[in-house]
Design a protein around this ligand. Structure first.
Ligand code: MD3
Ligand code: FE
Length: 217
């Protein structure tokens, strides 16, 4: 195990509150990481990672794909969820059972019962990739939480307030960490600082973050 991981073994199992209804579950997905990555490999064979274009015309530095009955997409026309992969015209790959179970278990641990996501957005970060401050507002029902799983290189997550100008807290996220957000924290601005190139033993110079959402009705 490399040094970067070594320091995060000790806090596995701890729960940090970063908001009234936002919890970091340290190392919650660590034991399952291999299985999760194998599932992602299968998904990417059908629906490869791609750099989508934002409505303002920029290519995102983060590459993404989806699994589940709905997938998040962006192009010049805007942000939305679609049943089909716009590149292939085929449905997004089904959500693996291990994904659905992890999402529901983590949500319960974070204080949300009966979470049944229909969408899993998978983000891939190369060194330097970032996500500017934004809100996740394309989902039908803000009552359901969002569950996020981080694998590979560490990143500094920015957790802001309800206005873009609110000061953002910095929360380091490491391989195996899971975060659960809901209730009054659901619409807080958030982002990811440019990822530093500190290669991970298993994933190398990559960070993968996948977020489970209930996007449809
Ligand atoms: C906080 N992804 O895909 S984790 C995203 O690490 C996204 O790739 C980040 O933000 C990443 O939209 C951050 C998750 C996250 C997702 C939804 C949230 C944090 C959130 C909704 C409300 C508050
Ligand atoms: Fe987001």
């Amino acid at each position: 195990m490399e040094t970067q991981d070594f320091f995060h073994v000790a806090d596995a199992g701890t729960v940090e509150s970063i908001g009234p209804r936002a919890r970091v579950l340290r190392g919650f997905a660590q034991e399952q990481a291999g299985e999760l990555l194998a599932s992602i490999e299968q998904i990417v064979r059908i629906a490869p990672f791609r750099h989508m274009t934002t409505p303002s015309g920029y290519a995102m530095s983060v590459a993404l794909t989806n699994s589940g009955s709905l997938g998040w997409t962006t192009d010049r026309r805007g942000y939305r969820y679609t049943a089909d992969d716009p590149d292939s015209g085929r449905p997004w790959p089904a959500m693996p059972a291990v994904f659905a179970r992890l999402a529901s278990d983590a949500a319960r641990r974070g204080g949300f019962e009966d979470f049944e996501p229909d969408a899993c957005l998978i983000n891939e970060y190369a060194p330097g990739a970032r996500l500017s401050l934004h809100q996740d507002k394309n989902e039908h029902d803000y009552g359901a939480p969002i569950v996020s799983v981080s694998l590979g290189m560490s990143a500094m997550f920015l957790f802001g307030g309800h206005a873009r100008s609110d000061l953002a807290a910095k929360v380091p996220l490491h391989h195996g960490d899971v975060v659960v957000w809901g209730g009054e924290d659901r619409l807080r601005y958030h982002g990811v600082m440019p990822v530093k190139d500190q290669p991970h033993l298993v994933l190398g110079s990559r960070r993968i973050n996948f977020t489970f959402r209930k996007a449809g009705r």
